[in-house]
Design a protein around this ligand. Structure first.
Ligand code: 16G
Length: 240
């Protein structure tokens, strides 16, 4: 008898089927009843296997309908200072955006402090729902001092244009250094509606402060990333 618990063995064999493509994204996963018959285990064991797969993000549970193979997660490398557009292209996905706000605003509070501008200074506010293969995956609220890129909002259509590419091509500036933070959180009512996840679904709250080559703050971004769509990955160097 193997020491691997039955539920684990069943979960592993379903993961193999998902990885090999014999169970495709969106396909229905065998039900508790079908798994218990196929593997000769109790319904409770079969349920344990399905629960494990949901927790690992391989399948979604749809109430009263069953279990379905989830779209695979976006493998987000954190080593390099790249844009959403570049990240999605690298992972073989098509990026798009829905612009929810693109306007001039007065810097206040944390935004002013992080961008090191005076309260009331003019900043661009760009709020975008970011999509990967037309699926909403992140909500990004960027603030950019107007003085860094005068006319930025008017000079591009951010439904299709990349912010970083626009900054580079039109203004000759690039973020060359950034500090990014991550916090686990739960989607509130409005984030949930925009990201099309249930209220309370896991999300990551990210902030990024990017600096240009001269060390000047270029953008301060507060983002909400869907917890079920990303794996954040970083390579660690040996400690000293
Ligand atoms: C990334 C950045 C964001 C930046 C955006 C530009 C985070 C966590 N990431 O999503 O700061 O504004 O790329 O993307 O904030 P774009 O060039 O595709 O518009």
């Amino acid at each position: 008898m193997s020491s691997v618990p039955h539920y684990r063995r069943i979960a592993d064999s379903l993961v193999d089927a998902i990885r090999s493509g014999s169970l495709e994204v969106g396909a229905r996963v065998p039900s508790e009843r079908e798994l218990s018959a196929e593997f000769g285990v109790s319904r409770m064991t079969a349920r344990g296997a399905l629960k494990t797969l949901v927790e690992q993000g391989f399948v979604n549970s749809v109430e009263a309908k069953g279990y379905f193979v989830a779209a695979s997660r976006i493998d987000q490398r954190l080593q390099t200072l790249t844009s959403f557009t570049e990240d999605m292209r690298r992972s073989g996905r098509r990026p798009s955006s829905i612009v929810l706000a693109a306007r001039k605003a007065e810097a206040a509070g944390e935004v002013a402090a992080r961008l090191a501008v005076a309260e009331g200074a003019s900043v661009y506010h760009l709020l975008r729902l970011r999509e990967a293969d037309a699926v909403p995956v992140a909500l990004e609220a960027a603030h950019i001092p107007e003085s860094m890129a005068p006319g930025l909002i008017e000079s591009a259509d951010f439904a299709s244009d990349s912010l970083y590419a626009t900054l580079k091509q039109r203004f000759g500036i690039l973020p060359v250094e950034a500090e990014q933070s991550f916090e686990a959180s739960a989607a509130g009512e409005s984030d949930a509606a925009i990201l099309r996840v249930p209220i309370g679904a896991p999300v990551l709250r990210l902030t990024r402060l990017s600096l240009d080559a001269a060390g000047r703050p270029l953008e301060f971004v507060q983002s909400v990333y869907r917890g079920d769509r990303f794996t954040m990955r970083v390579r660690l160097a040996p400690g000293s």
